[in-house]
Design a protein around this ligand. Structure first.
Ligand code: ARG
Length: 461
C-alpha cells in the first residue's frame, strides 16, 4: 500500500520509521469523532457546491458503514495507515474511488486531528462531570449520617480541635465541587470548532465554517487558523483539571490509608474493597486507596509531558503534537476509574465512632475554646493563649486533662485563673458552639449539606 501523501516520494517509508511515525494504534480511540467530523464536512461541501449532492450522499453512507464496521471489529488498521484520519480516508478511496478522493477537499489532518480531540474531550468532560456528581452524592449521604459524630480535627497531623466526621467529609465535597466547576469552565474553551483552519492558513475554497460548527454542535468557530492548528491549550487545561482532581482523590485516599491503620482505626473499609497478603494471613490492606494515590503520579506526568512538548514549538503544526494523545487518553481512563472506584469504596466504608471517640481524650482538643472563653471575659487573646499554654503544660506534667484541673491547680498555674472563667469543656459543647458560616457545628454542617445538594440539583443529575 502506498501512503496517501506519497506523490512526491520515490521510496517507500522504512518499516521501522513507519511504526515510529504512526499513531493509529492509539488514535483509533478517535474514530467515532473522526467519522462524525467527516460526515459534517461532506454535508457542508455539498451545500457549498464543492462536491455534488450524490457524492456527499455516497460519502456519508460509506462513512456510517465504516463506523459500524470498525465498532464490530471488521476493519482493522495497521501502521501502514499511519493515523486514524488517513485510515478512514483510505477506506473511502478504496471503496468509492474518485468520490472518496474528494473528502479531503478544504481540509488538513492538522485541523482534523484537533477537531477529533476537541470532540473527544468535550464528551469526556461530561462523563467526568457525572462521575464527580455521583461521588458528591455519596459524600453528602455519608456527611448526613455523620454530621453529629465527633472526631479530632488535625493540623500537622496533631490533634487540634474537635470537629465532626460530616464536617471533615464536607471539606472534600468543596474540593470536588471546584473540580466540577473547573472542568465545566474548561468545556467552554474546548467547545470551539477548528474545522476549516486547514493546514494553517484557511483555504481558497468557498467553505462555510459556521455550518460545520453547527452540524457538529460547537458553540463557536475558532478565530485564527494558525492558532487553531497550533493550540493544545484545551488539552493542557483538561490535564490540569485532572491533575488537581487527582490531588484531591489522592489526599482523600491518603486519609483512608491512615484511618484504616491500627494506629487510627477510624474506619472499616468493606472487605470487597481491600486485599489480603500472600504471606501474612491477618492482613487486610488498603490497596485501592494506595493505588489511587499512586496513579496520581501518572496523571501529573501526563500534564508535564504536554507542557514540555508544547513549550518550544514554533507555529504552526509540528508532529510533536502527536504526543498529546496517549497522555490525554491515559489520563481520561485513569481519572474515570479512580473517581468511580473511590465513590464505591467510600459508600462501603463505616466510621468506627467508638474507636474514634477513644482518641478524643488526647491532645487537649478544647484548649482553644478555653482561650476564646477568656476573651469573652475581657482578657486579650494573646494573654489568654499564654494562660492556656501554662494550663496545658501543667496538665502534661500531672498527666491530667484540662477538665480535671481544680480551683487550686488553677491558682498555682496563675493567680488570674479560676474555674468561673472556664467554659463548658465537653467536646460536644465546643463543636456546637462553632456555629458560624463554615464552622463544624452539626446545624452548620446541615446547612452546608443543603447548599451542596442545591448545587448538584442546579447542574442537574
Ligand atoms: N497523527 C497526527 C497527530 O496525532 C495527525 C496530524 C498529522 N499532520 C501532519 N501534518 N503530519 O497529531
Amino acid at each position: 500500500m502506498t501512503n496517501l501523501w506519497a506523490g512526491r516520494f520515490d521510496k517507500k517509508i522504512d518499516k521501522l520509521l513507519e511504526e515510529f511515525n504512526a499513531s493509529i494504534n492509539f488514535d483509533i480511540e478517535l474514530y467515532k469523532y473522526d467519522i462524525e467530523g467527516s460526515i459534517a464536512h461532506a454535508t457542508m461541501l455539498a451545500e457549498q457546491g464543492l462536491i455534488t449532492k450524490d457524492e456527499s450522499k455516497q460519502l456519508i453512507e460509506k462513512l456510517k458503514d465504516i463506523k459500524e464496521r470498525i465498532a464490530k471489529g471488521e476493519i482493522k488498521f495497521t501502521t501502514e495507515n499511519e493515523d486514524i484520519h488517513m485510515a478512514v480516508e483510505s477506506v473511502l478511496i478504496k471503496e468509492l474511488g474518485d468520490v472518496g478522493r474528494k473528502i479531503h477537499t478544504a481540509r488538513s489532518r492538522n485541523d482534523q486531528v484537533i477537531l477529533d480531540t476537541r470532540m473527544y474531550t468535550k464528551e469526556q468532560i461530561m462523563i467526568i462531570k457525572n462521575l464527580l456528581m455521583e461521588l458528591e452524592n455519596v459524600i453528602l449521604k455519608k456527611a448526613e449520617e455523620t454530621k453529629e459524630l465527633l472526631m479530632p480535627g488535625f493540623t500537622h497531623l496533631q490533634h487540634a480541635q474537635p470537629v465532626t466526621i460530616g464536617f471533615h467529609l464536607m471539606a472534600y465535597f468543596q474540593m470536588f465541587k471546584r473540580d466540577i466547576e473547573r472542568f465545566m469552565d474548561s468545556y467552554k474553551r474546548t467547545d470551539v470548532c477548528p474545522l476549516g483552519a486547514c493546514a494553517l492558513a484557511g483555504t481558497t475554497l468557498p467553505i462555510n465554517r459556521k455550518r460545520t460548527a453547527e452540524l457538529l454542535n460547537f458553540q463557536s468557530v475558532s478565530e485564527n487558523a494558525m492558532d487553531t492548528v497550533s493550540d493544545r491549550d484545551f488539552v493542557m487545561e483538561f490535564l490540569s483539571c485532572a491533575s488537581i482532581c487527582m490531588s484531591h482523590l489522592s489526599r482523600f485516599s491518603d486519609e483512608f490509608i491512615l484511618w484504616n491503620s491500627q494506629e487510627f482505626g477510624f474506619v472499616d473499609i468493606d472487605d470487597a474493597y481491600c486485599t489480603g497478603s500472600s504471606i501474612m494471613p491477618q492482613k487486610k490492606n488498603p490497596d485501592i486507596p494506595e493505588l489511587i494515590r499512586g496513579k496520581t503520579g501518572r496523571v501529573y506526568g501526563s500534564l508535564i509531558t504536554l507542557l514540555t512538548v508544547v513549550k518550544g514549538l514554533p507555529l504552526a503544526f509540528n508532529k510533536d503534537f502527536q504526543e498529546d494523545k496517549e497522555a490525554l487518553f491515559d489520563t481520561v481512563k485513569t481519572l474515570k476509574n479512580c473517581i468511580l472506584i473511590f465513590s464505591k469504596m467510600l459508600e462501603n466504608t463505616t466510621f468506627k465512632h467508638e474507636k474514634i471517640m477513644s482518641h478524643m481524650t488526647k491532645g487537649f482538643l478544647n484548649a482553644t475554646d478555653i482561650a476564646e472563653n477568656f476573651v469573652l471575659q475581657g482578657i486579650p487573646f494573646r494573654k489568654a493563649h499564654e494562660l492556656v499554654g501554662k494550663m496545658v503544660k501543667y496538665c502534661e506534667q500531672k498527666d491530667f486533662q484540662l477538665e480535671q484541673l481544680s480551683e487550686q491547680d488553677l491558682k498555682v498555674i496563675d493567680p488570674l485563673l479560676s474555674k468561673a472563667l472556664l467554659p463548658d469543656l465537653t467536646l460536644e459543647h465546643g463543636v456546637m458552639r462553632r456555629n458560624i458560616i463554615g464552622g463544624t457545628a452539626p446545624e452548620e454542617v446541615a446547612r452546608q449539606i443543603k447548599v451542596g445538594r442545591e448545587f448538584l440539583n442546579s447542574i442537574g443529575i
